[in-house]
Design a protein around this ligand. Structure first.
Ligand SMILES: Cc1cc2nc3c(=O)[nH]c(=O)nc-3n(C[C@H](O)[C@H](O)[C@H](O)COP(=O)(O)OP(=O)(O)OC[C@H]3O[C@@H](n4cnc5c(N)ncnc54)[C@H](O)[C@@H]3O)c2cc1C
Length: 523
């Protein structure tokens, strides 16, 4: 991916794009891959970095959604399980199978949850995931060594997918580019161009790095800005908000909290939700919460009550005393839940996606859903966009489309495994003197990976490198802050930047990263 090349394409006068996409999260990137692979002329504009919004802040599970079964939403689960299998097939370098264990402390729990999980397996029949099974008390203790064994009766084990969300987003951006799309980060959409009849015919945009503004023409514009959807809808016309933003946070611990390759699933928290503690990279990610918030920003702020809630729930299930002192990082994301009515209770809002076309302006909006179903959401969005723009109909091919990085090479292991086919290039660069140097003793990130991210993955800031190209900020916030100066100087060499850029970058990143350090003390 080359940002300059994308910008030149966006600035080409006379070009009328078939589809212009606003937003570079899971939804927008999925639409770009789908539309470009059908042969349409596509561009995508992201105001910050790819996946800077919700798409880098998920619980990292590719799943049908066990808890939706309880709500009777069988078709949602069935479709998501289908997508789970597709993703594992098309992006095996960033998606893997994971075992989840539900411990049971009451006599009926294993039977009750076991029945639900057998239905889950039935809906997923024919795919590659093993089926669930009941576990004895000893098997649960051996799977989850820190589980509270007092009055433990047994449990149930089932399988779902696990992934690295931001890495998948970067791979989708690369796939879209390889399919012919022009995608660019740090390009903000500031307005919509309209015909005399009020139909959207293009967008006004600003290069955030240079502050230079431009316009481009498109036959249809797709608003894929997730929790920010209302701000783009407001560019079209004044209307009441359609998004009910709901925040979810995660706490990241070192592995001593759950020294296992298997995940803990708490089937019912005090607020009637589920909670996961999942091994991911070298850490354990625990979450999440569901808190209605008033504002949507790129760096949502975790609340003390949310941190307390996760710690309290974990302490009910683990026999070690987990406290905020154990937290290596805390991060928050905003669910773009779409309102069906004036209802403000998030638990009752749609977890499925919403897709619609404005009857006057023909602006197409896609919002809601989940990472797991991004491909199916994209397929439906491109079908609608093609119809709106009167493009020649072409079939969707993404069910069988390999995502960038997919490789048959099974010998790649360790911290480079999630690069898939790109690992070979990085390994080669690491042979050069000094390029295999890790930038911090507590982070698995080498000089060569930073260069690769700048040259091939459109990394522009320290935050891009430490939060999304690598997951250092989420894995260990303090270590990431300490590594920032080194990252900045490597990037400055790659991007031809000066000392003042380095200082400004370090200052900006330190402010962002402080929000990931857990300053909370339990009540
Ligand atoms: C706490 C939490 C946990 C979750 N866990 C899971 C999970 O485990 N599995 C799962 O499948 N799903 C999960 N989800 C759901 C999933 O993460 C989201 O559905 C998905 O990431 C939404 O992607 P999006 O592209 O719609 O939004 P976003 O990722 O937020 O992308 C929208 C993008 O639009 C950009 N943008 C906004 N305005 C403009 C503008 N004017 N110009 C240009 N760009 C603009 C933003 O910068 C942003 O990058 C979770 C969600 C949350 C909140």
């Amino acid at each position: 991916m080359d940002r300059q090349q994308s910008l030149s394409a966006l600035r080409q006068t006379g070009e009328v794009w078939d589809i212009a996409i606003i937003g570079g999260g899971a939804s927008g990137l999925g639409v770009a891959v789908d539309a470009a692979s059908r042969g349409y002329r596509v561009c995508l504009l992201e105001q910050s970095d790819f996946a800077k919004g919700t798409s880098s802040r998920s619980t990292k599970i590719i799943h049908g959604g066990v808890r939706y079964l309880k709500q009777g939403n069988i078709s949602l689960v069935r479709k998501a399980l289908d997508e789970r299998a597709t993703l594992l097939r098309n992006a095996p370098h960033v998606v893997s199978k994971m075992r989840f264990v539900l411990p049971s402390y009451r006599w009926w729990e294993s039977t009750y949850y076991g029945a639900g999980l057998r239905l889950y397996d039935f809906l997923a029949r024919g795919d590659d995931f093993p089926t669930c099974r009941k576990l004895s008390r000893d098997e649960v203790v051996s799977a989850l060594p820190t589980i509270d064994a007092h009055r433990l009766r047994g449990g149930v084990q089932y399988w779902d997918g696990q992934f690295d969300d931001a890495r998948l987003a970067i791979n989708l951006a690369t796939t879209a580019t390889e399919q012919g799309a022009a995608v660019a980060n740090y390009v903000q959409v500031t307005g919509l161009c309209k015909t005399n009849r009020g139909t959207v015919c293009g967008i006004k945009w600003r290069d955030v790095e240079t502050d230079r503004s431009s316009e481009l023409l498109a036959k249809v514009v797709v608003n894929a800005t997730g929790p920010f959807a209302d701000s783009v809808l407001q560019l079209d016309k004044t209307r009441p908000p359609v998004i009910s933003p709901s925040q979810g946070i995660h706490l990241v611990f070192d592995r001593s909290v759950l020294p296992s390759q298997q995940a803990l699933m708490v089937p019912k928290t005090d607020d009637g939700r589920v909670l996961f503690a999942i091994p991911w990279h070298d850490v354990v990610v625990a979450g999440t919460t569901d808190t209605l918030v008033e504002t949507v920003g790129l760096e949502p702020i975790p609340q003390v009550a949310e941190v307390d809630f996760i710690l309290k729930t974990l302490n009910r299930y683990l026999d070690i005393d987990v406290s905020s002192q154990h937290v290596r990082s805390v991060f928050a994301g905003i669910r773009p839940l779409v309102r069906r009515s004036g209802n403000r209770k998030t638990a009752s809002l749609s977890r499925d996606h919403s897709l619609w076309e404005d009857s006057t302006s023909q602006l197409v909006t896609i919002a809601g859903g989940k990472w797991t179903t991004y491909r199916q959401m994209a397929e439906e969005t491109v079908n609608l966009a093609a119809q709106v723009a009167k493009l020649p109909p072409r079939p969707c091919g993404t069910k069988e489309l390999a995502i960038h990085g997919k490789t048959e090479d099974t010998t790649i292991s360790g911290s480079l495994a999630h690069y898939g086919s790109d690992a070979a290039i990085i390994e080669q660069w690491m042979q050069e003197p000094g390029r295999d140097r890790q930038i911090h003793a507590d982070l698995k990130l080498s000089h060569a990976e930073i260069s690769f991210a700048c040259r091939h993955e459109m990394a522009r800031t320290i935050d891009d490198i430490l939060a999304r190209r690598s997951r250092s900020l989420l894995i260990n916030a303090r270590a990431a802050i300490e590594a920032a100066p080194d990252v900045a100087s490597i990037m400055a060499g790659e991007l031809d930047r000066d000392e003042s850029w380095i200082s400004q970058q370090i200052a900006t990143f330190s402010t962002i990263a402080e929000g990931y350090v857990c300053h909370f003390r339990q009540k």
